[in-house]
Write a protein of this length. Structure first.
Length: 312
């Protein structure tokens, strides 16, 4: 039996062909498509359609607004820390100046050495306080530094007390000595002028003495001294001395006013002394002591607070 020609054989129908979809694509009936396929028709649908090129959308250039980098706003605590640090340094400077001046009056024989010692003590104290505020070291070290700061604070308070006491005493003595010396000078001049006036009055009194003279059965009163130019000169001199005494009394009143002005400088202390029931000097000593004990501790505490806030 002869073998059939391969070219005359019908085209096999693809098994994966969807007849319904092919009919819809060609616009034919489903049965018509099946008959054509049975006769060996190769539908154009067997060829895979060329894929459509996807429309590439051209991206629109988006206008980018340049973003401004905001400047970092200062932290509210930074201003408080700066103010606290400034106040601490101001108090420490005043305390150191008062203390060094007071120590130089106590140790007058070593003026420049005491100044250098006081500056070194103050720098060491401030460094120790700053270290305590910034670092968390071992407990023994922190305790030792705290004791060192406390001892330096006591020395500083002693110096401040000496400075303020000396300032108070010098001011009081200077004013009192000045007023007392002027008052003594005025009193001496006033006594001398008063003696001159008494002498002139006595001499005038001698010239004005009278005596009774009897003549021809009559009596008359006549002066003993010369009533001419000598008496006129004494009267003029008496007038000059009286004017000088009046001027000295005015000057004495001014000196008394200056004394009251010097005493008025301690007016608040006197009111406080009256309130506390003590003397002026005792009240002033306690007031100076309170100021001396508060000045340096305030500087140390403020510096410790400023350094502690800076660490946080």
């Amino acid at each position: 039996m002869a073998e059939p020609d391969v070219t005359t054989l019908p085209t096999p129908i693809p098994t994966s062909l969807n007849v319904t979809a092919l009919a819809k694509r060609l616009g034919l009936d489903r049965r018509t498509v099946q008959r054509r396929l049975a006769k060996g028709w190769a539908p154009p649908a067997c060829v895979a359609p060329k894929p459509k090129k996807a429309r590439q959308s051209v991206p629109q250039q988006v206008r980018q607004t340049p973003q401004l980098t905001p400047h970092p706003m200062p932290h509210p605590n930074s201003a408080i820390t700066a103010a606290t640090l400034l106040a601490a340094l101001a108090l420490a400077t005043c305390s150191a100046a008062f203390s060094i001046s007071g120590l130089t009056s106590i140790f007058a024989g070593a003026f420049w050495a005491v100044i250098g010692l006081g500056v070194a003590f103050e720098i060491g104290k401030l460094s120790a306080v700053a270290w305590l505020g910034h670092r968390n070291g071992a407990a023994p070290l922190r305790l030792a530094l705290a004791v060192l700061v406390a001892v330096l604070m006591v020395l500083n308070s002693i110096g401040v007390y000496g400075f303020l006491s000396r300032a108070h005493i010098e001011n009081a003595l200077a004013g009192d000595i000045t007023v007392t010396s002027r008052r003594a000078a005025v009193d001496a001049r006033l006594e001398a002028k008063q003696a001159d006036l008494d002498d002139i009055k006595g001499r005038i009194g001698q010239l004005d003495q009278t005596k009774t003279v009897a003549t021809k059965g009559h009596t008359k009163t006549a002066t003993v001294g010369d009533q001419g130019p000598a008496r006129a000169a004494l009267v003029y001199e008496r007038t000059q001395v009286e004017t000088a005494i009046a001027d000295l009394k005015v000057e004495k009143a001014k000196v008394d006013g200056e004394r009251k002005a010097v005493e008025a400088d301690l007016g608040p202390v006197r009111y406080l002394a009256t309130l506390l029931g003590s003397t002026d000097e005792q009240t002033m000593r306690w007031f100076i002591l309170v100021v001396a004990l508060l000045l340096d501790p305030a500087a140390v505490l403020l510096l410790l607070a400023a350094t502690h806030r800076g660490r946080q």
